[in-house]
Design a protein around this ligand. Sequence first.
Ligand SMILES: Nc1ncnc2c1ncn2[C@@H]1O[C@H](COP(=O)(O)OP(=O)(O)OP(=O)(O)O)[C@@H](O)[C@H]1O
Length: 271
Amino acid sequence: MDGTTLEQTSKSDAQREAVIRVRNLTNQFGPQVVHQNLNLDVWRGEVLGIVGGSGTGKSVLLRTIVGLNRPAAGSIEVLGVDVLNGPEQERRRIERRWGVAFQDGALFSSLTVLQNVMAPLREHTGLSESLMCALGNLKISLVGLPQLSCGKLPSELSGGMRKRAALARALALDPEIVFLDEPTAGLDPIGAAAYDELIGELQHALGLTVFMVTHDLDSLYAICDRVAVLAEKQVLVEGPIEEMTKVDHPWVQEYFTGPRARAAQEKGQDR
Ligand SMILES: Nc1ncnc2c1ncn2[C@@H]1O[C@H](COP(=O)(O)OP(=O)(O)OP(=O)(O)O)[C@@H](O)[C@H]1O
């Protein structure tokens, strides 16, 4: 890999299973090159935080992996399937094994919370209406939303509730991987901490792999097993967060050794 890998974990690469493998990825919009020969592995069961300055291509990376953006070059394997060039049928099959929660929730505005959570079940399974309804209700309580919210429209929810509803929808098909785009953005500190706790609990209970784009240092220290820093069109460095302060790069130094990082680290240690 081109970037620096900071090792701390006891497992070697050979022992770990890469559920996502990105190789030589290039993304370009007109003359703007966002990623160039970007490489990244995501290991099964980890929470990986994707960080980087504004515009470094964190969301574009997420969108490319889940098939919402076609890259100019490179390869992406998810759960062993070539998601860019593999057969359509395999791609569809693999889509059932991941869930995505976007920053603003991206819920269907004319559907209730329950109908939103049932939507992936409707699209990908042949389950009966009553079973889909039961499973939808289950996911809604799993993410800590009150049953009362089932019949509400997204516009009738608070920002934090919408994020939980989006997470419930992402979990609808019992995925192995969940992609989260800035999940705690816009939440108050208590709401953000509660959301982090929920993600941590789900990771442990369900063995989820979590790919999380975030600016939130508290989240990084609270729940991320590793972080990957995007800079200079690549994954500049990846490894455990504690190791980031040793990286000799101006953005990494400023981000991980500044007062906000120190405060987040102390909070993380208290948890
Ligand atoms: N569909 C698109 N067409 C043209 N340019 C795009 C498109 N999508 C993203 N970009 C550009 O790619 C760059 C990276 O965008 P991206 O949203 O991934 O940044 P980011 O790292 O997630 O930033 P932030 O932290 O501010 O959310 C930006 O300059 C953006 O304008």
